[in-house]
Design a protein around this ligand. Sequence first.
Ligand SMILES: Nc1ncnc2c1ncn2[C@@H]1O[C@H](COP(=O)(O)OP(=O)(O)OP(=O)(O)O)[C@@H](O)[C@H]1O
Ligand SMILES: [Mg+2]
Length: 277
Amino acid sequence: MTTVCFISMKGGTGKTTLSVLFSYYLVSRKYSVLLVDMDPQGNATIAVAEDRVFDEEGFLVRGMPFILEGFLTPRMSSRELERVVRENILEIEPVKGRVLRLVPNFLESHKYDLHLVSNHAVPVFLREMLGCLDFEPDVVVMDCPPYLSSLSYSALFGAQVIVIPAEASKFGLVGVELILSVVEDVLRKRGEPFKDVVIQPNRIRNTKACSFYLEVMEDKYSGFLSERVVKETVEVPRMVRDGILGFSLQPSGQRKQVLEALASLEGRILGGSHGEA
Ligand SMILES: Nc1ncnc2c1ncn2[C@@H]1O[C@H](COP(=O)(O)OP(=O)(O)OP(=O)(O)O)[C@@H](O)[C@H]1O
Ligand SMILES: [Mg+2]
């Protein structure tokens, strides 16, 4: 099992887009994937399963808030906790016969944030949650919020691979600096090294400013930088409607570039020798 966390301190860099696309891509490559929405904005949840996880008033009916509540309930037995975790994972079939599992999330999980801290549960939460699964995912993909919460720290403490989507801009670089210093800090605290830390340039436009800041990134972060950049517009909800197989079978123009970037990420962090589309 490989745990991959998409995180950045800057908003709108493509964490959700890339974590959803990467999950779909991996499912199309026959990996067993668990996508964990760590962000109470719930954008990954809405993109992937809006019609399945909310009641009529817009409250979440299953997902992360229920898992957090169970986790923070004193004296809950490990058997009960396993049941809570399993009940709060949703199975989605983006294409017939291919399952993606999702831990949905939404605003309700904000209210547990401080409780995780006061229970000293932040470093262990993700590992313990994954320990309750009744299946063994090949890859766990986590979509984090654009700020440091107890859930984003839990992701950093439990992840083997960190992927930092980054815009090639002045402020994009500030975001990268900041998250790298947080990653270093977590590394010191948890002791265990990361398998990889990847900076994934995203939303690259054909402008002078973008080219300039891409070069700055290349100079500064050559060891971290992913091989390929994601250049083209990707609407996640639309992608989900089309299904990843529909997507991958039509690798023309823009889509081809996105697929190449996803394949390159797969190769870098998973070895790339698994299954086929
Ligand atoms: N490679 C790309 N090309 C064009 N548009 C993109 C690309 N990646 C993301 N976007 C668009 O940018 C916007 C922000 O993307 P996304 O929601 O994935 O970012 P995020 O980092 O998850 O944001 P947040 O910090 O709010 O969680 C969306 O409208 C998305 O469609
Ligand atoms: Mg997001």
